[in-house]
Design a protein around this ligand. Structure first.
Ligand code: ATP
Ligand code: MG
Length: 144
């Protein structure tokens, strides 16, 4: 049983990662897929010295709702595969939470995109994929 974690922000690269995971699952005898989305609250939204400048509860709820949509869309790439596909939403630092989720769920492999929703062009790797590649305890497959 191979446990595959697909990190997704809903970007075309992340959907590409999910499609590759679907291909792997079709070739494997047994597999388990975890789709992970991390809702990130930027520091600026938390304000300084504990004085929030936004309604944190509302922001958390909106992020979770957005995460659900992203997981839904990503799951479509795995429609019909013969494997359990779990959807996991976490809140926090995206790279750190992807690594933690991989640990907690004993993932054998992390698959993710080289780029995401970020607007800065020209980079080979986005910051999340670079940090997961540096910090993960197991293999990471970057889809470009
Ligand atoms: P940056 O975020 O550094 O501006 P970027 O958005 O182009 O650049 P990344 O965010 O590193 O690049 O995205 C690369 C891959 O990381 C995505 O294709 C996706 O697989 C994963 N990823 C990025 N953000 C998240 C997230 N919030 N939750 C889950 N996976 C994510
Ligand atoms: Mg990004």
């Amino acid at each position: 049983m191979l446990r595959i974690l697909v990190a997704t922000d809903g970007s075309p690269h992340a959907i590409g990662a999910a499609k590759l995971a679907a291909r792997f699952v079709r070739e494997l005898r047994e597999a388990d897929v975890m789709l992970v989305n991390v809702g990130h609250i930027p520091n600026i939204a938390l304000g300084s010295a504990g004085v929030g400048i936004v309604n944190l509860g509302a922001l958390e709820e909106a992020l979770q709702q957005a995460g659900r949509t992203v997981l839904e869309k990503t799951a479509e790439a795995l429609a019909g595969v013969d494997a359990r596909v779990r959807r996991i939403y976490r809140q926090g630092d995206p790279a750190g939470e992807i690594i933690n989720a991989a640990e907690e769920h004993n993932a054998d492999l992390i698959i993710m995109g080289s780029r995401g929703l970020g607007q800065v062009g020209g980079l080979i790797l986005g910051s999340v994929s670079e940090r997961v590649l540096h910090g993960a305890y197991g293999p990471v497959l970057i889809v470009r």
